[in-house]
Design a protein around this ligand. Structure first.
Ligand code: COA
Length: 207
């Protein structure tokens, strides 16, 4: 699979990842999911940033091990897609992964429904670890990766695609909203009400 998309100003290539991408992807994922904290100059933010710098190599190492194990498993219903720029086709600038995962058949959106775990589920394609290198954001890369993921899910014979997003991830929520993802289930309501943690939303798109 090799797809080319014209972004706002750039031409990106979307292709399946290979083992040579692992190091680069580990950097993008660690940077995106662990250093992506608010810029407000509070003492807590400064401490969190300092702590993240100390444990960064450990976090990156864990991500590398996870990626390698998923790549080596060679499951028929797993794929990691990467985006590259023509100026350097060997260097991934963004990625996402798709696997099969159990999701609740019926939407689960209330406090009590979230606590009631025994619900009918079905296996469906599920996107995770979508991340774009900070220098390449707002150029349509994530959008093109998500469109390529839809093609993949259709090729696997499915008509629905799911993804999780945290309530306070406004960039990602705006992206998914724009691409036609809708709220399916709400999770993490107990930590939300007791500890002020952001809820997790399971979004669905009909293809
Ligand atoms: C969220 C993320 C993947 C978006 O990647 P991106 O390549 O910058 O997104 P795109 O350029 O394809 O954006 C497409 C549309 O999504 C919306 N969008 C994307 N980022 C946004 C932001 N920071 N604020 C508001 N809207 C945003 C916009 O509508 C945008 O269209 P526009 O640029 O024409 O206004 C990227 O910010 C990222 O890697 N974040 C850290 C990791 C993460 O949160 N991943 C998602 C986990 S659920």
């Amino acid at each position: 699979m090799l797809q080319r998309f014209r972004g706002l100003q750039q031409l990106f290539t979307i292709r399946p990842a290979n083992p040579k991408d692992v190091s680069n992807l580990s950097d993008i994922l660690t940077e995106s999911f662990y250093r992506n904290i608010a810029d407000a100059p509070s003492l807590i933010n400064l401490l969190v940033r300092q702590l993240t710098n100390w444990v960064y190599p450990l976090l990156r190492y864990g991500i590398t091990i996870d990626l390698n194990s998923r790549f080596n498993e060679q499951s028929p219903c797993y794929i990691c897609l990467v985006a590259t720029h023509p100026a350097n086709k060997s260097q991934a600038i963004a990625s996402l992964e798709i696997c099969m995962r159990s999701v609740p058949i019926k939407p689960r959106q209330g406090f009590w429904q979230d606590l009631w775990r025994w619900q009918d589920t079905h296996e469906s394609p599920y996107i995770f670890n979508l991340a774009v290198h900070p220098q390449w954001r707002r150029r349509g890369v994530a959008k093109q990766l998500l469109l390529a993921a839809e093609q993949t899910a259709k090729q696997w014979g499915f008509s629905r695609l799911y993804i999780h997003v945290l309530e306070d991830n406004h960039a990602a929520r705006s992206l998914y909203d724009r691409l036609g993802y809708h709220l399916h289930s709400q999770e993490g309501t107990m930590p939300h009400y007791l500890l002020g943690r952001p809820r997790q939303f399971l979004l669905k798109k009909k293809l």
